[in-house]
Design a protein around this ligand. Structure first.
Ligand SMILES: NC(=O)c1ccc[n+]([C@@H]2O[C@H](COP(=O)([O-])OP(=O)(O)OC[C@H]3O[C@@H](n4cnc5c(N)ncnc54)[C@H](O)[C@@H]3O)[C@@H](O)[C@H]2O)c1
Length: 352
């Protein structure tokens, strides 16, 4: 089963162009390697080794598989790539070379961080601390996957939200384990940069979607795709007026890799696609357009398994990444939805 689309991976590599050569001969450690983003990163590095780099890069992935699910359990053997099952809450021994450390381990879906609040805190705080120690020891560039959720629920004045916005976050709410621990993770990056000169960057992704998302991921698009596959009605939490922007995986990966390579040390970058900002109801209308038929839907109260007080609006200001990284999302929402729903139609079962 393919958890990605070949042409998406080729698109990322084409977007990077000559800049990808910076990975030649380098060693990259990646945590969360079996998650949605980690598996897609792996495909890009495999493609670079096969088609672009004269001297291959070496990639070592780590994951404790807590939320990796069925897609993440399988080991795909590849030259210059290996996987180690490891919980990053425990220190990681690594004596080999190390050029880039990408810390993408995390518990990202609201459904799972509600189920595993302590693990969510630990991976973003203790896990980040451990990985920063390792990067510092090896003088490696370190990239932390933070989240747009660190902004909490911004007021209208701060939407689109720039990196300088300090956030409106509850420390005791149902989302606090995720939002607050990502904030501390960023603080750790800042402290290591200031105190030890560690080359840290942090990324705040805004709702990335695409092939490779588990059917049981429980984020909005996999939920909808599973229901559509089974011809069930789509369940919309609340009134469906909350807005989001969605960034297709090939654009997001391009932005992530540009940050890994060229992010200014000590800095943080929003990576997402600022247009269009759509309500969940609008999103459903677009999905209907893409799949070419109407879908049934029902509005329900937030279930207990889903953390309420979700942000009303979420939209990135990406001027900093545009200016400093030359990042520019290219895949518009309808095109991304078309690719995603074609893929889910082949790979989802409809059994959530
Ligand atoms: N995908 C998005 O839109 C998005 C948005 C904002 C932030 N992020 C962040 O980006 C990172 C990757 O996101 P994703 O979408 O791939 O999530 P994912 O849940 O698909 O993957 C995360 C992976 O981390 C692993 N993991 C969790 N705790 C671990 C631990 N203690 N030790 C080792 N591995 C551990 C899980 O098993 C999983 O395979 C996460 O840190 C997430 O918080 C993602």
């Amino acid at each position: 089963m393919m958890h990605f689309i070949d042409s998406d991976i080729a698109e990322v590599v084409a977007n990077l162009g000559e800049r990808a050569h910076a990975f030649a001969g380098k060693t990259i450690l990646m945590t969360g390697a079996r998650g949605f983003l980690g598996r897609n990163f792996t495909e890009v590095f495999a493609y670079l080794n096969e088609h672009v780099l004269e001297k291959p890069c070496t990639v070592v992935g780590f994951d404790n598989l807590i939320t990796a699910g069925a897609f993440g359990e399988k080991d795909v053997e590849r030259p210059n790539m290996r996987f180690v099952q490891h919980d990053v809450i425990k220190p990681l021994e690594w004596d080999g070379p190390l050029d880039y450390l990408i810390h993408a381990a995390g518990i990202a879906s609201p459904y799972y961080y509600r189920a595993f609040p302590l693990e969510t805190l630990d991976v973003a705080i203790t896990g980040t601390r451990n990985m920063l120690e390792l990067a510092t020891k090896h003088r490696a560039r370190f990239t932390f996957f933070s989240s747009s959720e660190i902004y909490g629920d911004p007021d209208a004045q701060h939407v689109p939200t720039p990196e300088s916005y300090r956030g409106n976050v509850a420390c005791r709410g149902p989302r606090a384990c995720y939002d607050e621990s990502k904030r501390v993770g960023e603080t750790l990056c800042h402290v290591f940069h200031e105190k030890h000169g560690t080359a840290t960057t942090a990324i705040r992704p805004f709702n990335v979607f695409g092939p490779g998302m588990q059917e049981a991921d429980y984020r909005v698009l996999p939920n909808f795709a599973s229901s559509i596959k089974a011809d069930r009605e789509l369940t919309v939490y609340g009134a469906g007026t909350q807005t989001r922007t969605f960034c297709y995986i090939s654009d997001a990966l391009t932005g992530f890799l540009l940050t890994v390579l060229f992010g200014v040390e000590g800095e943080v970058y929003n990576i997402g696609n600022p247009t269009p900002e759509v309500s969940i109801k609008d999103l459903i209308r677009r999905i209907e357009g893409v799949i070419g038929r109407p879908v049934k839907q029902k509005l329900i109260e937030y279930p207990d398994s889903y953390p309420a007080d979700e942000p009303l609006r979420r939209c990135p200001d990406i001027r900093k990444a545009r200016l400093q990284l030359k990042y520019e999302p290219k895949v518009d929402l309808d095109e991304g939805l078309r690719r995603f729903f074609q893929w889910t139609d082949r790979h989802y079962t409809g059994a959530l």
